[in-house]
Design a protein around this ligand. Structure first.
Ligand SMILES: *[C@@H]1O[C@H](CO)[C@@H](O)[C@H](O)[C@H]1NC(C)=O
Ligand SMILES: *[C@@H]1O[C@H](CO)[C@@H](O)[C@H](O)[C@H]1NC(C)=O
Ligand SMILES: *[C@@H]1O[C@H](CO)[C@@H](O)[C@H](O)[C@H]1NC(C)=O
Ligand SMILES: *[C@@H]1O[C@H](CO)[C@@H](O)[C@H](O)[C@H]1NC(C)=O
Length: 431
């Protein structure tokens, strides 16, 4: 079998130390976890004919109930997040946003109290421009008022969209809102879409973005399909030299919601999304109907070993290190010199395909020995290995094998070079 490994320029990834100058609000020290309504429930405001699925206080209360009752909170999913279409079309007499009175009769403060009573946190949505993407009042000209309103309501997270805004003012608007949130004195996690709305016009300044935001969307909205998930992975790999160094405790690249548990992804594809979102140190914001989710999807989303990779204390985002035959290899450095590896089979044809483990660039941390654990597609302790081990992984079409590798060092001093250092000069062509 002829194999190609495409060399990746990882110098930036490795040499620029991230985590400097994050937004200093004490939040998002690991990627945010929670539930967000958008991909599954969109702008459904028709509570008369679709009361169970419309954007209303009932929806968030029911999600909070399920999150508290069915293991989600214990697994780490903490934020119950409202997206667009919650407000009334008019501000109140004092210029404040107000919730749609019919769909949120108790108001947002009561909803926040309810969510807090379940040991969870509440997220809300607004927009940096004149109006939100769905045409509700935007925050332009009202940043301080809106920040204070959210703080008064005891909201814990703000997703701030970027529709209907002059692109040259997008950065300024996001920074102003960041300052306004800080000024309220309440710790409110700040989820931005700043780079997404700048990319069409110029290269975003990720240093400035990291100083203002806890996470930031770079690319299009996720859809409930494998082609959408794949396009996000492609975009991320293509821009990794620029965006990966920006990620670290306090600030993360946001590839958008997990759509696991919906209609569009096969189980193998759901595993791929979960594995790769963990490798990318992405916020894990699930958009599905937690009240009605198949057990396998639930088990995947609550998989403690994958969540451990996502929430790893080192806080480094992973990146694509190779394309080999029909496979992509992604690697994420973890704390204690460990490494997480995802091998995706991109061939949407046939059955499972074998992948030779020595073709993983990071496999060199197995010198002299390492301990290998496979997490997906099923848990399997592969035991102690060496760089010469003859192991094949088996990966289904559009599925992923996810591994963690723990180096076992001999402490004679002959193996001081760490994986991170050697990866800079990596250039492979294996035939
Ligand atoms: C506001 O910013 C200051 C300085 O960056 C920081 O020390 C403080 O914790 C922030 N407060 C909030 C509520 O985010
Ligand atoms: C941001 O704040 C500055 C200083 O108050 C102000 O001059 C500027 O117009 C604001 N920009 C936006 C987009 O609100
Ligand atoms: C990017 O933002 C940082 C921090 O705000 C600033 O110091 C730097 O000059 C900016 N870089 C460019 C190229 O504008
Ligand atoms: C390898 O990892 C597994 C799973 O964490 C663990 O149970 C086992 O003891 C480890 N083996 C060695 C030799 O470290």
């Amino acid at each position: 079998v002829k194999m190609y490994i495409v060399a990746c320029a990882l110098a930036l990834v490795v040499l620029i130390s991230p985590a400097a100058d994050a937004l200093d609000n004490g939040l998002a020290l690991t990627p945010t976890m929670g539930w967000l309504h958008w991909e599954r429930f969109l702008c459904n405001t028709d509570c008369d004919s679709d009361p169970d699925n419309c954007i209303s206080e009932r929806l968030y209360m029911q999600m909070a109930d399920v999150m508290a009752k069915e293991g989600w909170r214990e697994a780490g999913y903490e934020y119950v997040c409202i997206d667009d279409c919650w407000p009334s079309h008019q501000r109140d007499a004092r210029g404040r946003l107000q919730a749609d009175p019919k769909r949120f009769p108790g108001g947002i403060k009561k909803l926040a109290d309810y969510v807090h009573s379940k040991g969870l946190k509440l997220g809300i949505y607004a927009d940096v421009g004149k109006s939100t993407c769905a045409g509700y009042p935007g925050s332009l000209g009202y940043y301080e008022t809106d920040a204070q309103t959210f703080a008064d309501w005891d909201v814990d997270l703000l997703k701030f969209d970027g529709c209907n805004m002059d692109w040259t003012l997008v950065g300024e608007g996001y920074v102003n809102m960041s300052k306004a949130l800080n000024k309220t004195g309440r710790s409110i996690l700040y989820s931005c879409e700043w780079p997404l709305y700048e990319w069409h016009f110029k290269k975003p300044n990720y240093t400035a973005i990291r100083e203002a935001c806890n996470h930031w969307r770079n690319f299009d909205d996720v859809f409930d399909s494998w082609s959408s998930v794949k396009s996000i992975l492609d975009w991320t790999a293509f821009h990794q030299d620029m965006i990966v160094p920006a990620a670290g405790p306090g600030g993360w690249n946001d590839p958008d919601m997990l759509v696991i548990g919906n209609f569009g992804l096969s189980h193998a594809q759901q595993e791929s999304q979960m594995a790769l979102w963990a490798i990318m140190a992405a916020p894990l914001l699930v958009s599905n109907d937690l009240r009605d989710i198949c057990p396998r999807s639930k088990e995947l989303l609550q998989n403690r070993r994958i969540i451990d990779i996502s929430q790893d204390a080192l806080g480094r985002q992973g990146y694509r290190t190779a394309k080999v035959d029909t496979f992509e290899v992604w690697e994420r450095p973890l704390s204690k010199n460990r490494l997480a590896i995802a091998v995706i089979n991109m061939l949407e044809l046939g059955g499972s395909r074998r992948f030779f483990i020595q073709a993983i660039p990071g496999w060199k941390i197995c010198e002299p020995q390492c301990n290998v654990t496979q997490i997906l597609p099923q848990y399997q302790e592969m035991g102690v290995q060496t760089p010469r081990s003859k192991i094949h992984l088996s990966v289904n079409p559009s599925g992923t094998a996810l591994l963690t590798i723990t180096p076992i060092r001999d402490f004679t001093g002959s193996h001081k070079v760490q994986w991170e250092d050697t990866s800079v000069r990596r250039k492979h062509t294996i035939l």
